[in-house]
Design a protein around this ligand. Structure first.
Ligand code: AAL
Length: 364
């Protein structure tokens, strides 16, 4: 007798294990056969990448960089996105050779700019949104890696505020914010640290990177990345800090780190929980994870070629609707090997199928 597996396998499998020796693969199949196949798994997807139009990418000498795009929002039919832009007299030359004009890293001596689009494929760079304040202002050396929060009709940009050249001691920085009444600005800096580095000896003592706010359970859930030790490519983790208003106080979750892997942060409301990309670093890199409480994540699927430093378009990132369908596209880092001018820019749009009822998940 065979039973219809609920995984719509192309073939039925016997209800009970045959009483003969099985290969390890067939043992695993029986042990996990209720686990959905990737193609049927709502939190599995592959990714497709498309070069975006509109930015001037003739930057063969690395003096200009665009990177670390924010989440994308849509206001009155226009898509908005903020990102790190560096435009310096030389390419990055490392901590030993950097000066007040020569950057140490790709995100040193940077500002935060924004761009708009009608279709998500062709973008128009608008202007600078956040400039560096004069020394010793917060972020005087560099402001980078922004993300957006829309809260009670106002707009908030959270970003890394460097008080020294990245790389001098490490990639050390806290997070601050600027606010505006319109996505086109003008932006007013709060001139305070809103997510503090951890105390001495804590996992997030050196850097609070990639601030990523969404609204969940009536509060602001701000996810971030930090590195155990002081090298950003060392053992990294993601943390969570929760606040009742954009200026904080942001209270770090006692279970931090809440992801044991992952570099830049990408989280999205999914069903009544929160899903996450773990990319680039760690034992669980290249996984898509899910939590039903925004804190305790487990691996939902293993993927590949995941978007690096992605800024997804999430229509319900701030609606706190209690039930979300998922994610379909966004922007990310994407260098075209054939085109050296893309080395310091994100040119990529990613498309995926992380929609709850999105059908076959294997992007053709
Ligand atoms: C990015 C992010 C943070 C780091 C650097 C710029 O990919 O992880 O922003 O500081 O790299």
């Amino acid at each position: 007798m065979t039973i219809k597996s609920n995984n719509s396998f192309p073939w039925d499998i016997p209800e009970t294990k045959p009483n003969r020796q099985l290969s390890e693969a067939m043992e695993r199949l029986y042990d996990n056969y209720l686990t959905p196949r990737p193609e049927d798994n709502p939190l599995f997807t592959s990714f497709k990448y498309t070069k975006i139009e509109g930015f001037d990418y003739n930057n063969h000498d690395g003096t200009v960089s665009r990177r670390d795009p924010s989440k994308i929002i849509n206001v009155d039919g226009v898509y908005y996105m903020w990102y790190t832009k560096r435009d310096t007299i030389t390419p990055p030359r490392g901590a030993e050779q950097c000066t007040d004009k020569i950057p140490s890293t790709d995100w040193d001596l940077a500002e935060i700019w924004y761009a708009t689009s009608d279709d998500g494929f062709s973008w128009q760079e608008q202007s600078v949104a956040i400039t560096r304040p004069p020394k010793p202002g917060l972020g005087w050396r560099s402001v980078s890696t922004p993300d957006i929060l829309v809260w009670k009709g106002k707009y908030y940009l959270y970003y890394q505020a460097f008080m020294e050249a990245s790389g001098l001691k490490g990639d050390h920085c806290p997070v601050t914010l600027s606010s505006a009444d319109s996505p086109d600005g003008p932006w007013t800096p709060c001139n305070e640290v809103v997510v503090q580095n951890g105390e001495r000896g804590s996992w997030d003592q050196y850097s609070i990177h990639d601030p990523y706010p969404i609204v969940y359970k009536g509060k602001i859930y701000l996810y971030y990345k930090a590195a155990f030790g002081d090298r950003p490519d060392y053992l990294v983790g993601n943390g969570l800090a929760i606040a009742s208003n954009p200026m904080g106080p942001f209270v770090k979750h006692p279970l931090n780190p809440i992801l044991n892997s992952g570099h830049e942060t990408t989280y999205f409301p999914f069903k009544d929980g929160i899903a996450a990309f773990a990319i680039r670093n760690g034992n669980e890199s290249n996984t898509i994870q899910y939590s039903d409480d925004g804190v305790n994540f487990s691996i939902a699927s293993v993927s590949s070629m995941m978007p690096v430093a992605s800024g997804p378009y999430l229509p319900d990132a701030f609606t706190d609707s209690g039930f979300s369908e998922g994610l379909e596209w966004g922007l990310c880092h994407f260098s075209d090997k054939k085109d050296p001018s893309t080395k310091h820019s994100f040119l990529g749009r990613f498309d995926c199928n992380l929609m709850l009822n999105g059908g076959n998940k294997d992007m053709k």
